[in-house]
Design a protein around this ligand. Structure first.
Ligand code: SF4
Length: 268
């Protein structure tokens, strides 16, 4: 499939994960969206996906009945899973919920896990998370800041689509117990709901800054704390240092094998 042209006058599709990529590292975002050089993807999180799929089915059963899930009742949440004909589209990572941000000309989109509706008719954005952690799960730490931004981006998208959205969103957390005597073919989870009061006021500015980054003529700064770029730089520096000057950048079959400092042989 042809990549959309980021510099065309047509609205440019931008997923919430790519906005998050920009926030984490403008350089990686620029290489990815402007030139199609995406960061290497890791193996898929298939266990997390399985948990997501099962939670969706579980909450869907209560959605059909118009009743709260027992966990919502235990947490005194006065809401029920939201019934809407577009719920599956909003959950689809290839479609999601979309809104045109006119200032940046981005067609911004993201796929939700769930939506709950309260008696006042406001929506709560809900995201499912699976983890395995000793102790109480809290919403603190750099990764969790990313989770909160994720929820706030969805709040922004639903507001842009004309929905009344509560500032309170929820994370449904399932935490696998790793202290059982043995596995016996199953994981045992504790479920909890963590509320987050979101503030989506940063999203407009972030989209405008992302557009400026996309249209730059020079490479943006890299994230100085990124281990991958530190590795890339160290590897590049070492390769340049070790390259025989006569090869001038050309790797040939006749290149002598390198000798390790301890006298053993090794390749590059
Ligand atoms: S610092 Fe380098 S590797 Fe890391 S995210 Fe940025 S461009 Fe990518």
């Amino acid at each position: 499939m042809q990549r959309p042209d980021p510099l065309s006058s047509q609205p440019f599709p931008l997923s919430r994960t790519k906005l998050e990529l920009f926030l984490r590292c403008p350089r990686c975002f620029f290489l990815d969206r402007r030139f199609g050089i995406a960061p290497p993807s890791g193996p898929p999180f298939t266990l997390n996906s399985a948990v997501d799929a099962l939670l969706k089915k579980e909450f869907d059963a209560f959605r059909i009945r118009g009743e709260p899930h027992p966990l919502m009742k235990n947490c005194s949440i006065d809401a029920v899973p939201f019934r809407h004909p577009s719920i599956e589209e909003w959950r689809n990572v290839r479609r999601g919920i979309r809104a045109l941000h006119e200032d940046s000309n981005f067609l911004f989109f993201g796929a939700i896990d769930d939506l709950w509706i309260n008696p006042e008719g406001s929506l709560h954005i809900v995201d499912y998370k699976a983890t395995s952690f000793d102790g109480e799960v809290l919403l603190e730490g750099p990764w969790k800041d990313g989770y909160k931004r994720q929820l706030e981006m969805y709040q922004w998208l639903f507001r842009k689509n004309g929905f009344a959205v509560s500032p309170i969103g929820y994370f449904v957390y399932v935490n696998a117990d790793r202290n059982r005597a043995s596995f016996e073919g199953s994981l045992h989870f504790t479920m909890s709901i963590l509320p987050h009061r979101g503030d989506d006021s940063w999203v407009d500015d972030a989209l405008r800054e992302t557009r400026l980054c996309l249209e730059r003529e020079q490479l943006p700064l890299a994230n100085s704390e990124c281990e991958v770029c530190a590795y890339r730089k160290a590897a590049n520096d070492t390769e340049l240092m070790m390259r025989p000057s006569s090869l001038n950048g050309v790797v040939s079959r006749s290149q002598p094998r390198l000798t390790k400092p301890n006298g053993g042989e090794g390749g590059i």
